[in-house]
Every structure is written in structure tokens, then in C-alpha cells.
Design a protein around this ligand. Structure first.
Ligand code: BEZ
Length: 218
């Protein structure tokens, strides 16, 4: 992993190695490169503790934790708040709603991690992180990035859907069409030579629109 100093204010991109950092979290100090070894990671930010949309989103992550566990995925949140604020908010939400944020939340009070991951987008806010989600695979490569503004909450179904799609694509070497959900047909890679094209045109085992667009069930 590249050192922090080289990466500040550079927006990470799909395919990049996830930048490394050390941070204080609600579950103790972490070094990100040591976090969730052998697992997928969802690193997500929220603008601020004790705000309404953020409370619904963080509760959504907490309520789906067993699904993320089943998908071999660790959750880790972040906001530009102190650890004291995080602890008070986690406790308050538990008291008021019974939902417990049982995953680490980074206290990024110096904005170090937010800047490193392009979560601080000054034309949206100079002090609060936007709503980002980084999907990071077990080799610590960034595979998918979502950025949402301050005033629109994310969609948990879409987060789970895209995580499943990434894992299914890796496992089977296929691609996912519009609105794909687990159980739907998948797209098989298009041919790369005339020979493969002719084979595909003679292959009646897949649902074929033409040689470059064929679907099958897995
Ligand atoms: C919210 O989570 O409700 C929120 C946070 C920051 C700005 C706007 C809304």
C-alpha cells in the first residue's frame, strides 16, 4: 500500500489499491491494511453524527450486518467527528431505537482519511464528508465507488446488490446486465476472434441477441 503522504487530496479511482492509514475508531485503533484480512470491506462516510439522514443510513448498515457477514464483508464507517461524539451517538441511537452500530466508525477529526479518499468535496461542504461508499476486495483493490451528496441518503438494496454482483462476477467470470439481481441471467464475455464469434453464433445454449450479447443462467 502507498504511504499516506503521497495520496492526500488525490481522489482514489476504481482499480486503485486502497490507500492505507491509521485511525482511531469506536472499536479501537486500526491500520487499514491490517483490517478485514481476507475479506471484502465497505468503507463508508457520513456527514455528521446526530443528524437525521445519517442516523437512518447507519441504522440501515447495522440492520443488514448479518447479510454483510454472509457476504464475507466487514463494515467500517467514518465521519469528521470526535470519538466522544461517535460513542454518544451510537449509545443514543441504541437507547432510542434499539439499533446498535456494531462496526468500527472512524473518528476523522483531522479530516486525514476523508481527504485521502476524496470524501471531502469542498463545493458540497468544507467541513463534512459526503456520503461515500468504497467497495474494497480482499486484495485491497477498490472495485466500486459511490458518492452521494449531503441531502440524499443511499440505497441499501443497491449497496447489497452491487456487492453481490461484484462477487458473482469474480466467481464466474461474467458481467451483469441492467438491474441484475442474484438469480437473473448473466452476460457471458463477448467473443474476441472470428473463430469465437462463429462458435457463439452456433451456440444455442445461451439466450442470444447477437454474437456480442448473450445471456445465460448460472
Ligand atoms: C443528515 O444526515 O440529515 C444531514 C447531514 C448533513 C447535512 C444535511 C443532512
Amino acid at each position: 500500500m502507498e504511504p499516506l503522504e503521497n495520496k492526500v487530496n488525490v481522489m482514489p479511482r476504481i482499480g486503485d489499491q486502497a490507500p492505507d492509514f491509521e485511525a482511531v475508531t469506536t472499536k479501537g485503533k486500526i491500520r487499514f491494511s491490517e483490517f478485514a484480512k481476507g475479506k471484502w470491506t465497505l468503507l463508508f462516510s457520513h456527514p455528521a453524527d446526530f443528524t437525521p439522514v445519517c442516523t437512518t443510513e447507519m441504522s440501515g448498515f447495522a440492520q443488514q450486518k448479518t447479510k454483510f457477514d454472509a457476504l464475507n464483508t466487514e463494515l467500517i464507517g467514518l465521519s469528521i467527528d470526535s470519538i466522544h461524539s461517535h460513542l454518544a451517538w451510537v449509545n443514543n441511537v441504541r437507547e432510542k431505537t434499539g439499533v446498535y452500530f456494531d462496526f468500527p466508525i472512524i473518528a476523522d477529526i483531522d479530516m486525514k482519511v476523508a481527504k485521502l479518499y476524496g470524501m471531502l468535496q469542498p463545493n458540497e461542504s468544507e467541513t463534512a464528508a459526503v456520503r461515500a461508499v468504497f467497495f474494497i476486495d480482499p486484495s485491497k483493490k477498490i472495485r466500486l465507488i459511490m458518492y452521494y451528496p449531503l441531502n440524499v441518503g443511499r440505497n441499501m438494496d443497491e449497496i447489497l446488490r452491487t456487492l453481490e454482483a461484484l462477487q458473482f462476477s469474480d466467481k464466474h467470470g461474467v458481467a451483469m446486465p441492467l438491474n441484475w439481481r442474484k438469480g437473473d441471467k448473466v452476460i457471458i464475455p463477448p467473443p474476441k476472434s472470428l473463430e469465437e464469434m462463429n462458435e457463439r453464433l452456433a451456440d444455442d445454449s445461451c439466450e442470444r441477441v447477437d454474437f456480442y450479447l448473450c445471456k445465460k443462467e448460472i
